[in-house]
Unconditional design. Structure first.
Length: 216
């Protein structure tokens, strides 16, 4: 259960309109490898990483940021995971809990993906057209799945969250993303488009420098 902290209008940007796709951006985490800074707020190419991710899903019917309190762009809802600092699975549950009943697909994205583009998100959404899969994720150049750079069927994700919560006695705090996705049919999608890799996440200061170079 979560409570929205911030919305533009009584129900956010969509103002009661039921849309079919949504985006949840996970902006929590301690960023210990970067000295505990507000990592999603670190600027890349003049814009925070979080806002660059939100730009990549600007055409979503609903956009939700899950993380510490703070201002968000117009039309974006904001909430916090429970327990506070409980990790990405708890954050995903908080974001999914705010989705309107009509949402059928949701992009679940880390906020430290400053090179993510609308084209990359569109590729993932197109791949989800296959009814045999529950979700799709980008994979990096080494073939490693980027679990927080994907698009999911809302029903499948809700069911997975429910199963994991039941298995853990009701709490999702500290749960691993791998455990959440266990049992789901996931398609791994390599990126073959032009430009910098949209799956690139920033975990260190060196990663930030590389991302900054790519945006020049």
């Amino acid at each position: 259960m979560s409570t929205a902290r911030h919305a533009h209008g009584p129900t956010g940007r969509y103002g009661g309109r039921v849309g079919d796709w949504a985006a949840v951006v996970l902006a929590g985490g301690a960023a210990r490898r970067m000295g505990g800074v507000d990592k999603p707020g670190v600027p890349i190419g003049g814009r925070s990483m979080r806002d660059r991710v939100l730009d990549a899903v600007a055409d979503a019917d609903v956009r939700i940021v899950v993380g510490p309190a703070g201002p968000v762009p117009p039309g974006v809802r904001s909430t916090r995971e429970r327990p506070s600092g409980g990790g990405p699975v708890a954050a995903a549950a908080a974001g999914v809990s705010l989705l309107p009943a009509g949402a059928t697909t949701v992009a679940l994205l880390a906020a430290d993906l400053p090179l993510l583009t609308r084209d990359a998100v569109r590729l993932l959404r197109d791949q989800l057209a296959d009814p045999t899969v529950d979700g799709v994720c980008l994979v990096d150049d080494g073939g490693r799945r980027q679990q927080l750079c994907g698009v999911w069927r809302v029903a499948s994700l809700r069911a997975a969250l429910g199963r994991l919560a039941s298995a853990r006695g009701g709490s999702l705090g500290g749960a691993a993303v791998r455990a959440l996705l266990a049992g789901l049919t996931v398609r791994d999608v390599p990126w073959s488009g032009t430009g910098p890799p949209p799956w690139f996440d920033c975990d260190t200061d060196e990663d930030v420098r590389r991302a900054e170079e790519w945006t020049r």
